[in-house]
Design a protein around this ligand. Sequence first.
Ligand code: FMN
Length: 339
Amino acid sequence: MPIADETAQFPPGSAVEPALVTPWSRALGLRVPVVNAPMGGVAGGRLAAAVTAAGGLGMIGMGSAATGDALRRELAHTEPVTGPFGIGLVDWVVARRPELLEIAIAARPALIAISFGEDLSWAARVREHGIRTATQVFTADHARRAADAGVEVLVARGLEGGGHGAIEMATVPLLDAVLAAVDIPVLAAGGIGSAASLAAVLAAGAGGAWIGTALAACAESSLSATGRQAMLAADGADTVVTTAVDVALGYPWPAHFPSRVLRNDFVTAWTGHEDALRADAGARDTLRAGIAADDPRVLPVDAGQGVGLVTAVEPVARVLDGWCRGAAELLAPRTPIGS
Ligand SMILES: Cc1cc2nc3c(=O)[nH]c(=O)nc-3n(C[C@H](O)[C@H](O)[C@H](O)COP(=O)(O)O)c2cc1C
């Protein structure tokens, strides 16, 4: 539960809503219990810096196309920011490019998250460097395994969420199950993007919210103009879960981690026909050309069912401020009837 603690150590001069302080956010010195999800190609250093400056935990996301140089470039944006930031990596990408983890550790972030892998031995290594560890989990069993491997913070990521993830459980039942299964901080992810949904997961016991889609269109994100436009136009029924994009791009994502993306012509044509897509070089070329041209009929845009909440391109600080004020009001003790 969120707790108020007058002795919490926050940056001097910063306003903290006591109703939003959780043991986890206090341990990290966050004014706001919000983490931006590490979103490859979207959550670069500018978004992370803006989230940290606004009192949350900014994360740089390195996705399927990550390189060491790209991570170094994005890290440069966080240099002027005082406050904690994190780095999120993808397991199979780190296996191909181990330098990503070396660069991440050398950057001394407050948190390193590696998701979508079975082997969690990286956690012990990262902890040796005094860096906190996190991973996304999709079932209570998975949560127990991650906790046993020494991961310190679990992200209970529901099937509503944008981007890759297991289609196992929705966010709130998953959060309940993971909280019951482990004794370490649990963040909630999937479909959170309003004061009400932030208040709901904090009231349900989350240490914070790990938010992707609802921050993806913020002014500081690296999302392309076409991707931003597609998010603004979409509602929650416009997403689809698919492996077609990964098959077409030749990314070795495990089949049990499909991605939730906005529906478009390419995704509609090929979802469920991935074997045919593997054999169709022309279709794969169409996807690559469409991405290069930023063609909205083809461009893959990762987004969760909360995408309907994205209605304007706003700076992170304004978005977080609105969520936090609203959530604090919702979580404030109610005056008993008759008093
Ligand atoms: C545009 C986008 C890109 C993403 N890229 C990554 C990624 O590179 N690594 C990762 O661990 N998760 C990634 N995710 C998934 C997020 O970590 C998180 O599970 C998800 O955003 C939570 O659901 P929400 O989008 O409804 O907030 C991505 C999500 C989105 C929307």
